[in-house]
Ligand binder design. Sequence first.
Ligand code: ADP
Ligand code: ADP
Ligand code: MG
Length: 661
Amino acid sequence: MFEKILIANRGEIACRIIKTAKRMGIRTVAVYSDADADALHVEMADEHVHIGEAPAAQSYLLADKIIKAAKDTGAQAIHPGFGFLSENAKFVEAVEAAGLVFIGPTIHAISAMGDKIESKRLAQKAGVSTVPGYIGEIADDDEAVKIAADIGYPVMIKASAGGGGKGMRIAWDEEECREGFLSARSEARSSFGDERIFIEKYIVEPRHIEIQILGDSQGTVLYLGERECSIQRRHQKVIEEAPSPFIDEATRKAMGEQAVALSKAVDYRSAGTVEFIVDKDRNFYFLEMNTRLQVEHPVTEMITGLDLVEQMIKVAAGQPLGMTQEDIRLTGWAIESRIYAEDPYRNFLPSIGRLTRYRPPAETGSVRNDTGVFEGAEISMYYDPMIAKLATWGETREAALAEMRTSLDQFYIRGIAHNIPFLGAVMAHPRFAEGRLSTNFIAEEYPDGFEGGVMTPEIELAMRAAACFIHAVETSRDSQMPGRIASVAAVQSREWIIHLDDSHVSARIYPSQGGATLVMGGKSFELASDWTPGKTVFSGTIDGRPVTLELDRLNMGYQLSTSGVSKTVTVLPPHVDRLMTHMPEKVEADTSKFLLCPMPGLVVAINVTEGDEVKAGQALAVVEAMKMENILRAERDGTVSAIKAGVGDSLAVDQVILEFE
Ligand code: ADP
Ligand code: ADP
Ligand code: MG
């Protein structure tokens, strides 16, 4: 076994690998860029080596520097994590040439699977079912149109070197095919430096289901069941689960065996994932193989009880897996939510800044939170905008889902925009609960973008009751006395008026044996909670039903959030309530005449000039942030009257880019 390994990555995955290495008694070396000097992975590792400037191309992608860091510190092996150099065959070659071990598959497997055209050919030869289509390079748009007509519309146009949802277009007719081919090719050229394009059938209403495999250098390859990753935006995963609610034992076995056959065809060792697209009738087709650890691997670990990183390290050290297919047992259900620094209310635009508050739920046997951040840390524009991966386990899907909903409600992040409200809304969605998933779920359920979760009578009751409880505790006699912690026992029986949206009810609250009794709207409810002033999450029960709400204090009242629903609730004594009707209403500033920068970023293009008439949907400017180019479009028809920013400008959020007449 190795005595010391280097982790050529950052963020949550670097931290996750360090944890396993520590448990195995292996010393760890972290590498870091200027932007990561205070990062968690640097602090967790036994040693750390600075490798360059913030941009990944000047640090985490510098193979030579990373290999030198390993040699200098006496590390014997390198774990690449995912992304960065993890699927780079040249890097593996250099690692091995330096006499070090690469903790991952062989160069041959990485290069064979790194190319979508080549891997599809290999898959066909290995007897794996592939998406019907044309497996070969396409010369020009005329040929693309001919091939698409043969396959039959709709078709998917893909870059052979593609990844991360880039270089991919759907075409429903000849015109879209021509356009899609040309734009996919130019995106492929600029993103991957490889413009080979192929075309396959677009599977309508598909699910993305993938098989985790594990192989050793003795020739054993096992499959560890499937993960369903159908909840995607921009062809990128957001929520994953294992097992899939759609897969029966026979399909699992058939997919697993094909994944193993393909892996054996390239003498696969280490952890890998074979991705399939599955249609309504459970026909499955090979998409691609990812020759690395996958972001969503925790859900597999939670239902198999295996540590995939430990297995990767053992296999890299030459040890056999020491297991057979019969030893792989799937127990219970696991769900993962990817928590991203992105604004769900603004088309998932990335957001950056400082995490002024970062309070994840407590980790237990059924709650796991993989992260690389801490309160006060900075989410920078240089890297992937993922903040954490929250995974929950339960005996059943319902139990795992309930645990996820509570954990998301407890997860308290402030300082930057994040997608927890969106995740909470999806978890509360009846269609998600039924397991009726497809890769179009987000597009179908939120056609006009995300505007918040769905308010239900239960949520409304919970918010009113919790707000009344919180306010009664805060204003109790105890909280006025220095050194005393306010408690529900000190609450005095009195009347309150509770406002939520445009309606208000009157309520009375008084201490009871289990906590408090609330009489509201002619009904009586029993509340129990250990909430004390200062807590940012309210957890408790109402008539025995668990309730978790995030809590922010406002000038007047409380902001309460659960399942993507966020409301201001004010609790007032009746005499104050009467006076409030005399207060003037606040008028919001009209910003509709401006194009505001939706996130901090760099202006890379301004597509209009002063005096231009623009149509709704027309591209106005392009702002780059967090590895992504974001096209800002006109919300309605109008005339540009002034341009306030120029190419190359770094803008803050809500800074004016241009003005309309
Ligand atoms: P897929 O390629 O099918 O989307 P994953 O969902 O596992 O598979 O995504 C892996 C992607 O995560 C990488 O291709 C990369 O873009 C991104 N990534 C790279 N490095 C990191 C990192 N340190 N933390 C989080 N994500 C990363
Ligand atoms: P990447 O390398 O970006 O991960 P994939 O080929 O794995 O590319 O595809 C990513 C996603 O795009 C899939 O999960 C699925 O949602 C969608 N997709 C890819 N190919 C097809 C297809 N033929 N039909 C329908 N959807 C597809
Ligand atoms: Mg993929």
